[in-house]
Design a binder for this molecule. Structure first.
Ligand code: NAD
Ligand code: UDP
Length: 341
């Protein structure tokens, strides 16, 4: 049993990962400033697992508080989800993004150094590949960011690599960088899920809200990409598969200190129209859509080569697009207003 601090654990991916950690008998402490989430999700995680979670409301940028917390709870590993993630907002408020995502991670690293926590799993993103020259994408592809959000992920990745190079001779530190593709879906119970603030930016929550009648139609951003049907192709991955990937990444660090980088994706891409059809099938609803201009900064195709994660972590995604849509719909239809329902 490990004692694990989950930063951002009240959020979408952190809450699903907490369920898997608790089901595997770990002790979980959630630290979240609730800037993009609700404590209700933590209560739901406890209910689903029938286990206690220690919830602490606080900010990762409060270094002294974080150091005390890591020491007091004798935390050995940190899963670091806390961060801001809206691309458009990051363009408008870059300083806020660098402060929260980059400075926040620096505080966390210093607090870990001042305590005995030595394993860190970091939530990175496929956005660090920018516009890839080809697909599928392997971890050794060149990186580059097209917006401050992506840049903040890349900067943290670089800081983690420099930091690991400096401390690796201690033989103590394990750092795992996980590059997520497009997390979607929800826990099978439909009691936790993605709960975006305001109008969703991402495809699956937008489709879900059209299906439940909260939004009139989907705008499909671009139908002239060089893809099967002209619409953008992405590697959607079920959030529970993603959550399980974190447990495998942690076990990999526990087998021996190292710095590791892995894609977490399915290896299969679906277009916007294919995703919409799969959601119609799962929900039994008709989803109206209209073609609209391309969204600035979007790329045509993005999907993973997930072989390294299979080889080194023994992990691969199990759920396909049908199950992703079924579970997203169960959550959306049970909780049309998310955790405020
Ligand atoms: P989320 O917003 O649901 O969860 C992030 C959580 O972190 C929220 O609960 C928020 O309140 C908390 N938080 C933010 N700043 C904080 C701070 N300074 N101190 C304490 N808590 C703070 O987002 P998510 O979708 O669960 O994403 C989790 C992580 O995965 C993020 O780092 C995100 O950038 C990354 N990621 C997400 C996606 C995606 O599509 N969802 C894709 C790639 C990477
Ligand atoms: N998309 C769309 N309409 C929307 C939201 C997204 O057509 O309202 C498209 C978008 O252009 C992309 C795909 O859906 O091709 C996935 O977009 P999302 O924002 O979910 O993920 P990302 O672009 O970050 O991979």
């Amino acid at each position: 049993m490990s004692t694990i601090l989950v930063t951002g654990g009240a959020g979408y991916i952190g809450s699903h990962t907490s369920v898997e950690l608790l089901n595997a008998d770990n002790k979980v402490i959630v630290l979240d400033n609730l800037s993009n989430s609700s404590k209700v999700s933590v209560a739901a995680v406890q209910r689903l697992t029938n286990r206690d979670v220690e919830f602490i409301e606080g900010d990762i940028r409060n270094e002294d508080f974080l150091t005390d917390l890591l020491r007091a709870h004798k935390v050995d590993s940190v899963l670091h989800f806390a961060g801001l993630k809206a691309v458009g907002e990051s363009v408008a408020q870059p300083l806020r993004y660098y402060d929260n995502n980059v400075q926040g991670t620096m505080c966390l690293l210093r607090a870990m150094q001042a305590s005995s926590a030595r394993n860190l799993v970091f939530s990175s993103s496929a956005t660090v590949y920018g516009d890839p020259a080809t697909v599928p994408i392997t971890e050794d592809f060149p990186t580059g960011a097209t917006n401050p959000y992506g840049q903040s992920k890349l900067m943290v990745e670089e800081i983690l690599q420099d930091f690991h190079a400096a401390v690796k001779d201690t033989g103590e530190w394990g750092i795992s960088i996980l590059r997520y593709f497009n997390p979607v879906g929800a826990h099978i119970s439909g009691q936790i899920g993605e709960d975006p603030n305001g109008i969703p930016n991402n495809l699956m929550p937008y489709i879900s809200q059209v299906a439940v009648g909260k939004l009139p139609y989907l705008s499909v951003f671009g139908n002239d990409y060089a893809t099967r049907d002209g619409t953008g192709v992405r590697d959607y991955i079920h959030v529970v598969d993603l959550a399980k990937g974190h447990l495998r990444a942690l076990e990999n660090l526990q087998r021996g200190p190292k710095l590791a980088i892995h894609n977490l994706g399915t290896g299969t891409g679906y277009s916007v129209l294919e995703t919409l059809k799969a959601f119609e099938q799962a929900s039994g609803k008709t989803i109206d859509y209209q073609f609209a201009q391309r969204r600035p900064g979007d790329i045509a195709e993005c999907y993973a080569n997930p072989e390294r994660a299979l080889k080194e972590l023994g992990w691969q995604a199990e759920f396909g697009i049908e199950r992703m849509c079924e579970d997203a719909w169960r959550w959306q239809s049970q909780y049309p207003d998310g955790f405020a329902s």
